[in-house]
Design a protein around this ligand. Structure first.
Ligand code: FA5
Length: 348
């Protein structure tokens, strides 16, 4: 009776192993037959009910079947694993000869690039880069720079004033119209000799056109020492333009007026596009381009910064970063910088 039963179990187990198509299924078969409460374990327990004579031989048969079953399961497991690996390899096959996906990296805005370049050139000449607040008080933007209230010079700059809560200080606040207030801020806290440049954003309530924006950038320069003269200024800016344009450009200093410098100058450079030959549309056949305002620091500015004007001399200048970038790359409309137009931006 037991032999017949064992035979049936063997046939069933063989069939199940043959049909098993996953490792999970094989696991279930293992538990069904060889587990603690599995079929073979039950058969072994039932040995005690057999007559002594048959017990030993049937026990041997069960053990042999156990070994046979374990081997069959192991073999099938190996087979299934191999099949699985093969399937995975086929699914995940990569053709390394295919061209890769092109990554288009972003890059710095042309104004940022030029601002950094300007900074590096001045740093090589011993200047430090300093920053100041974009929201300024009337004092730093005007009064400290020798532009008193009701003075007509204040109209040079179309100022955007800001509202402030009534409860706080009476000082008016505004969006700075130039980077010159940082001259005073820096001299208040740092004793000369000093050489700084101040790149930064400025704001003016102006009508926009190809050369004017309401929001643009300036780079302020300030050098203060015992004996600084316009000759030093000329040498420094000439060296700056030589490095910036990678060629020698001529410089022309014209008398001008700024309340915070005396004397004041307007600085022109020979057009790098036609080398001053008056033969290009960029300089409108003039051969010269206006690039910055400058002058010797006014004694009142030293006083307002807590320095004795008898002890110190200094020059200051302020140039428009957009205008400078336009000259370098022959850009004819300032509004392109803020257009977000990729056809323009990707050229840099
Ligand atoms: C000033 O702002 C002075 N603070 C410059 C200065 C500094 C003089 C130190 C003396 C000593 P001005 O308003 O000219 O000056 O502006 C300086 C430069 O900013 C100009 O030469 C021009 O390049 C640029 N600029 C002026 N207005 C605009 C505008 N609306 N859009 C773009 N660039 C402008």
């Amino acid at each position: 009776m037991h032999q017949v039963e064992l035979k049936k179990i063997k046939i069933k187990a063989e069939k199940e192993i043959k049909e098993a198509d996953s490792l999970k299924k094989l696991d279930e078969i293992f538990r069904e037959y060889l587990g603690q409460k599995g079929i073979l374990s039950n058969l072994t327990k039932s040995l005690s009910k057999l007559p002594k004579k048959k017990r030993a031989s049937f026990g041997k048969e069960i053990n042999a079947f156990k070994v046979e079953l374990e081997m069959a399961l192991e073999k099938k497991k190996k087979l299934l694993k191999e099949r699985l690996e093969k399937e995975m390899m086929e699914k995940e096959w990569i053709d390394v000869t295919l061209p890769g996906k092109k990554i288009v990296p972003g890059h710095l805005h042309p104004l940022t690039q030029v601002q950094r370049e300007v900074g590096e050139i001045f740093q090589q000449m011993g200047f430090s880069i300093v920053e100041g607040p974009e929201i300024e008080t009337e004092w730093y933007n005007f009064d400290a720079l020798n532009i008193p209230k009701d003075h007509p010079a204040r109209d040079f700059w179309d100022t955007l004033y800001l509202k402030r809560p009534k409860s706080t200080l009476k000082l008016k606040i505004l969006l700075r119209t130039h980077t010159s207030p940082v001259q005073v801020r820096f001299m208040e806290k740092n004793h000369p000799p000093l050489r700084i440049i101040v790149p930064g954003r400025v704001f003016r309530h102006e009508a926009t056109d190809a050369r004017h924006e309401i929001n643009f950038h300036q780079v302020e320069g300030l050098m203060v020492d015992k004996r600084v003269s316009l000759a030093n200024f000329r040498a420094i800016v000439e060296e700056f333009f030589l490095r910036f344009f990678n060629k020698k450009v001529k410089i022309r200093l014209r008398p001008s007026f700024f309340p915070f410098t005396e004397p004041s100058l307007e600085v022109d450079i020979s057009c790098p596009s036609c080398d001053g030959k008056k033969k290009c549309s960029f300089c409108q056949n003039k051969g010269w381009l206006e690039v910055m305002g400058a002058g010797m620091v006014h004694p009142n500015v030293f006083k307002n910064s807590g320095l004795n004007p008898r002890d110190w001399r200094g020059f200051a200048f302020g140039m428009g970063l957009e205008r400078l970038t336009m000259v370098k790359y022959k850009i004819n409309d300032i509004r392109l910088f803020y257009s977000g137009d990729l056809r323009f931006l990707t050229q840099f």
